[in-house]
Design a protein around this ligand. Structure first.
Ligand SMILES: *Cc1c(COP(=O)(O)O)cnc(C)c1O
Length: 382
């Protein structure tokens, strides 16, 4: 049977993606094709990927423990450094227990696969991340998607004691926040479990950077399952799932991408541990980030594209047309600013956008440079 590898349809629609090769990248800058750019496309919101504390921790762990975990966690891969990281994470976030995963994508897949069976319903916000949507499609559970952040729509359809409600802390392509007061009330009233994917809130929002729930004043105990990633504001890579000890014990036995996958390398766990310690006292970086966001939003209000209702580091400009989005991204690159052009199917049809992300590592002058590059690029494409 032949496989169809044709990309011509995607190409004709201006939706074919290609893989750039980046020579070096940090929160503020990147280098590609021998040139330097300001980086407005990453998720290193606090600039921790280049922090000396993290680099030193990884370096020391590599010397002491080597660069590989050698085995999956249940065999001999789960080491003291992993356990320390788990317990400090749990303390920081007010959770009974946590476990580590190599990626947020695999954590979401493993959780949904392990927990839900065909008697269950998975209630998902329409704008949830691809890892959650796909896990839902692969799961034997029925999936019901509700209109983005629409608590009335969810309440109208939600069946009591039917399964799991999943939403995000900060939505990755829009930058707005889930309604966690609303979600936790609906979960409680209907006797359903609730899960937060806080990939983009962790480290940036809330007291000591605890994330979206802390920002919104929702107790961690109101949400049964917590998921967060280390590849965004924490500047490394990997993810965790947290909740009750019973949940974590269950997942140690049933989460297949945990059981059958090599554990995180010790230098990675050590770097994440350094990030978890650093981020709790990083109010100065969070404050800087807020200043850059305010500066950007004020300047971008002059542009002919609407800003999203986002007060986070994710500041998309919705252009709509896919070709124009690509052209604007090219024009920005010519002016030294690297911005992600995000097109369907990552975002809904007709909502192609420049996904601009800001970091505490950016200077005021960097934001000013982005704003003038945007003005000039828009003029040249008009
Ligand atoms: C990035 C992201 C993930 C995936 O995390 P990785 O560690 O990069 O695999 C999951 N959910 C959301 C909302 C994300 O933004």
């Amino acid at each position: 049977m032949p496989f169809n590898l044709s990309l011509s349809e995607r190409e004709a629609a201006g939706l074919k993606r290609s893989l750039p090769v980046i020579e070096r990248v940090g929160g503020r800058q990147l280098w590609a094709n021998g040139k330097g750019y300001l980086n407005f496309a990453g998720n290193d919101y606090l600039g921790l990927s280049q922090a000396p504390e993290l680099i030193k921790a990884a370096d020391m762990a590599a010397r002491e423990f080597g660069v590989g975990a050698v085995a999956s966690p249940l065999v001999v891969g789960h080491q003291a450094v992993h356990r320390t990281l788990e317990s400090e994470l749990a303390d920081w976030l007010g959770l009974e227990a946590v476990m580590l995963f190599s990626s947020g994508f695999s954590a979401n897949q493993a959780l949904i696969k392990a927990l839900l069976s065909k008697e269950h319903i998975l209630w998902q916000d329409k704008l949830n991340h691809a890892s959650l949507q796909e896990a839902g499609l692969l799961s034997p559970a029925r999936m019901q998607r509700f209109a983005h952040n629409d608590m009335a729509a969810l309440a109208a359809r939600l069946k009591p004691q039917s399964g799991l409600i999943v939403s995000e802390g900060v939505f990755s392509m829009d930058g707005d926040q889930g309604d966690w007061q609303g979600l936790s009330e609906l979960a409680e009233q209907s006797g359903n479990w609730l899960m937060i994917d806080d990939a983009h809130g962790l480290g940036v929002l809330g007291q000591q950077g605890r994330g979206t729930l802390s920002e919104q004043g929702v107790a961690p105990t109101k949400v049964r399952i917590h998921m967060g990633t280390f590849g965004k504001a924490l500047g490394v890579s990997g993810a965790f799932i947290g909740g009750s000890q019973a949940l974590i014990d269950y997942l140690h036995n049933h989460a297949r991408s945990y059981v059958y996958s090599t554990h995180l390398p010790p230098p990675q766990a050590a770097a994440i541990l350094a990030a978890v310690r650093l981020v709790q006292t990083a109010d100065d970086k969070r404050e800087l980030l807020q200043q850059r966001i305010a500066q950007f939003r004020q300047g971008a209000a002059q542009l002919p594209f609407s800003l999203m209702p986002s007060c986070t580091a994710i500041q998309p400009l919705v252009i709509g047309d896919e070709q124009l989005t690509l052209q604007l991204a090219d024009r920005l690159r010519e002016r030294g600013c690297w911005v992600g052009a995000i097109r369907p199917p990552t975002v809904p049809k007709g909502s192609a956008r420049l996904r601009i992300t800001l970091s505490a590592a950016h200077s005021q002058a960097d934001i000013a440079a982005l704003l003038s590059a945007l003005q000039e690029s828009v003029k040249s494409e008009a």
